[in-house]
Write a protein that binds this ligand. Structure first.
Ligand code: NCD
Length: 308
């Protein structure tokens, strides 16, 4: 039985296959309408979510399966003190696969140890978010035509932003990848990313705080929200939250073929005036999330694509 807990749990080849399946699903959705007939997905979400939870549910429904679950810790027995390990032992009897989001780093890994069915990490605290990364890889592959030879600027909260940690970890497996890490000093990538992922593997990266100066060099600009819920004190959040605001003027500094990504939700870091720029990819990115999650559910449940 396979789980998806970390961004490198699948090989590069397996990720290539998931992307191909997702692109086929996007082109021929009707072919996949009954692939998961009779199967059930449980979403166990102990933290707020819109896109991740609903795109998982939409993915399972589009495959012909059904969904059950809870959307907050308050509405589950976690509020009575139940451990995630006990919860998944039971939910794994009710469902064939579980997508879990939890504020504690490592919670989905602890759950996977005891689960009778595949567990998908749908975000664990400020640590990892591997299905957002699959979404991001599909977006990059589809919109840029490649996953190698790219300069990626990641901007905002690189410390607490789990989507950033997972995306960097996944992208270093492709050739000729360079990162420009744009953040205030306080929000730089954590050591496990800087040392264990970037330096250990000899990946070229620079840490800067000037977004404008970085713009002309980028193939991709990945904006992120300052993660208010992970701050120890509100004053720091308020001081840092509007440090970067991407607007029409800054977009003039970017190459014609740069794309702007964001895992969403956005707060102030991308002005709405950028939404109409053809380089703005973040809403399309959210749509890609459904196709890749359909491909992921199929893979973890061992469901084959129909031949016709
Ligand atoms: C992200 C997350 O939950 O980490 N959202 C998402 O899943 N698309 C990013 C965020 O909340 O800022």
């Amino acid at each position: 039985m396979r789980h998806l807990l970390r961004p490198t749990d699948f090989t590069r080849e397996e990720i290539g296959e998931l992307i191909e399946t997702a692109q086929d699903i996007q082109a021929h959705p009707e072919k996949y309408a009954h692939v998961a007939d009779g199967k059930k997905l449980a979403t166990c979400f102990y933290e707020p979510s819109t896109r991740t939870r609903l795109s998982f549910e939409s993915a399972m429904i589009r495959l012909g399966g059904s969904v059950l679950g809870f959307a907050s810790a308050d509405s589950s027995s976690a509020s009575k003190g139940e451990s995630v390990a006990d919860t998944v032992r039971v939910v794994g009897v009710y469902a064939d696969i579980i997508a879990m989001r939890h504020p504690k780093e490592g919670a989905p890994m602890a759950a996977a140890d005891k689960s009778p069915v595949p567990i998908i990490n749908a975000g664990d605290g400020g640590h990892q978010h591997p299905t957002q990364t699959l979404t991001d890889l599909l977006t990059i592959r589809s919109e840029k035509g490649r996953l190698s030879d790219l300069t990626i600027g990641l901007c905002g909260d690189l410390k607490f932003g789990r989507t950033v940690h997972s995306l960097i970890t996944a992208l270093i497996r492709y050739e000729n990848i360079r990162f420009i890490l744009i953040s205030p000093d306080e929000l730089r990538v954590p050591d496990f990313v800087r040392y264990d992922v970037l330096e250990k593997n000899g990946i070229p990266f620079e840490e800067v705080d000037d977004l404008e100066a970085a713009m002309p060099k980028l193939d991709i600009l990945y904006m992120t929200r300052v993660q208010r819920e992970r701050f120890f004190n509100e004053a720091d959040y308020i001081r840092l939250k509007d440090r970067y605001i991407l607007d029409r003027n800054k977009m003039k500094l970017a190459p014609e073929d740069m794309i702007v990504m964001h895992p969403l939700p956005r707060v102030n870091e991308i002005s709405v005036e950028v939404d109409d720029d053809p380089r703005a990819m973040y809403f399309r990115q959210a749509e890609y999330g459904v196709y890749i999650r359909m491909a992921l559910i199929m893979k973890l449940l061992g469901l084959e694509a129909p031949k016709c």
